[in-house]
Design a protein around this ligand. Structure first.
Ligand code: FA5
Length: 340
């Protein structure tokens, strides 16, 4: 077979192999076979020198034409196969762009923390500083130093969780009064927010709840100072129009003692389930610090006087946001929490 015929045959065979390549791998095999170093085409080109000059020109031109045609066919088939491969991959690991995206949930500050923050800010603006105390407390700081010796009937006012013969979960934040006063000298104005625990549970009572204790001690502090500080606080948190009242009350660690009630926001003072038909919701206990308490912490009760108060944060949050059941704060239902 002469060179011309074999080159024509080679071109036809190469083009048909390229057209028939089913994927990029088969196409690469065709490239090696028809254009590779051991291919018949390269063999012809290598042997051109041995041909007579007029034949060499004709065969050389044809060989180059074949090489160009095969190269072009390879290139174009490669483009087609690559596009098909891309299409197939897209189909197999396809993203469904119409699916809804994952929503990122943002957290928010719990309504009780929001309320506590607000209360702390109000008292800070009046010059109070913030202190902390332990939730696991001994009887001395929770009761005895607060003028409630063992077997004092007032201990029953706060149903206690005991965790040992002398250890308990503090029933109020008043333990911070003792700890702060023992470590410091007057004058002082302190605010102590924190968790407290009692065996108590209904729509306005929770076994774990939060209080904020406040106290101020100096020479010549009077009940007038107490009323003024608490009235300013109530105006700041509930507005000027919400009615409040002081009522005489008893706590062993104050004398005289009082409680402060806020007009029930659920029924505007008409009486409902939340205020137990009284029209009022108690938010805090307060009074002048008992001289015996001042003596327990080593203060001269002839020279110094002071007032103290302890308020329930849940009660204030309930009044602020018209929440009718205290247990909602602790159920962690996002539908409730998202409203704040
Ligand atoms: C006391 O705990 C006193 N330590 C307060 C005090 C401090 C009086 C300083 C005088 C001087 P009382 O037990 O009343 O008092 O509780 C104070 C407030 O905590 C109540 O007014 C109420 O708002 C809230 N509170 C009481 N028990 C619960 C409870 N189980 N769940 C939610 N809030 C409560």
């Amino acid at each position: 077979m002469n060179h011309i015929e074999s080159l024509e045959g080679l071109r036809a065979e190469a083009l048909s192999a390229i057209a028939g390549a089913a994927d990029l791998k088969q196409l690469e095999a065709a490239r090696v076979k028809y254009l590779g170093r051991k291919s018949s085409l390269l063999q012809v080109l290598r042997e051109l020198g041995q041909l007579e000059p007029d034949k060499r020109a004709v065969v050389g031109k044809l060989a180059n034409d074949v090489k160009r045609d095969v190269s072009e066919a390879l290139e174009s088939r490669e483009g087609g196969l690559a596009a098909a491969a891309r299409e197939a991959t897209l189909k197999s690991d396809a993203f469904d762009l119409t699916l809804p995206g994952e929503t990122v949930r943002t957290g928010r500050v719990h309504p009780l923390n929001q309320t506590a923050e607000e209360i702390v800010q109000i008292f800070r603006s009046m010059g109070f500083e913030v202190a902390d105390g332990p939730e696991i407390e001994d009887e001395y700081h929770n009761f005895e130093a607060l003028n409630m010796p063992a077997f004092h009937p007032a201990r029953d006012m706060q149903d206690t969780f005991f965790i040992g013969s002398n250890l308990l979960l503090r029933t109020h934040t008043s333990n911070v009064q003792i700890r702060a006063m023992k470590s410091r000298k007057p004058p002082l104005a302190v605010l102590a927010p924190g968790k407290v625990y009692r065996r108590d549970s209904d729509i306005t009572h929770s076994p774990m709840f939060h209080q904020i204790e406040g106290f101020m001690v100096d020479e010549r502090i009077t009940f007038g100072h107490l009323k003024s500080v608490l009235s300013s606080f109530v105006r700041a948190i509930f507005g000027k129009t919400r009615k409040v009242r002081f009522r005489p009350s008893y706590f062993p660690f104050v004398e005289p003692g009082a409680e402060m009630d806020v007009e029930c926001v659920m029924c505007d003072g008409q009486g409902c389930r939340v205020c137990k038909s009284s029209g009022w919701l108690e938010i805090l206990g307060a009074g002048m610090i008992h001289p015996k308490v001042l003596e327990h912490v080593g203060y001269d009760s002839e020279k110094y006087t002071g007032f103290a108060f302890g308020m329930g944060i849940e009660r204030i949050a309930m009044l602020r946001h018209r929440i009718s059941d205290i247990r909602l704060f602790f159920e962690n239902d996002v539908r409730f929490l998202e409203q704040f």
